[in-house]
Design a protein around this ligand. Structure first.
Ligand code: AMP
Ligand code: ZN
Length: 113
């Protein structure tokens, strides 16, 4: 998609700090980290959010979650971590390209919202 920030990051048109990539997934550090480790995991395929997942494209989401587990090992998040995907305006989704936040590196707050 031409006007999507994360599509541009995946294409290398906007710089990012890459932590992981494979044929389906790209992952990079969040520019405004909310935890000591804050990584965004995105499918290379443009999907707007969880709300757009169907049986035709859900493999891209599964690939992202496989990557989450691999990245967490790579980053040494042995104490645990949180995986968040904001979906839509009420959740505060600001970039309309499916992404999973990995948050960790400290004891996170008990409240999720
Ligand atoms: P969300 O609010 O769930 O849509 O998350 C979007 C995330 O993208 C936010 O946590 C932003 O800090 C992050 N973000 C925005 N622009 C960039 C960028 N150029 N590089 C890395 N992360 C970014
Ligand atoms: Zn996109």
């Amino acid at each position: 998609m031409t006007d999507c920030l994360f599509c541009k990051i995946i294409a290398g048109e906007i710089p990012s700090t890459k932590v992981y990539e494979n044929e389906s997934v790209y992952a990079f550090r969040d520019i405004n980290p909310q935890a000591p480790t804050h990584i965004l995991v995105v499918p290379r395929e443009h999907i707007g959010s969880v709300a757009e997942l169907t049986s035709a494209n859900s493999a891209a989401a599964a690939k992202c979650l496989e990557a989450v587990a691999e990245i967490a090992r790579q980053e040494g998040l042995t104490g645990g971590y949180r995986v968040v995907s904001n979906c839509g305006d009420d959740a505060g989704q600001t970039v309309k390209h499916l992404h999973f936040h990995i948050l960790g590196g400290e004891r996170l707050g008990d409240r999720m919202a």
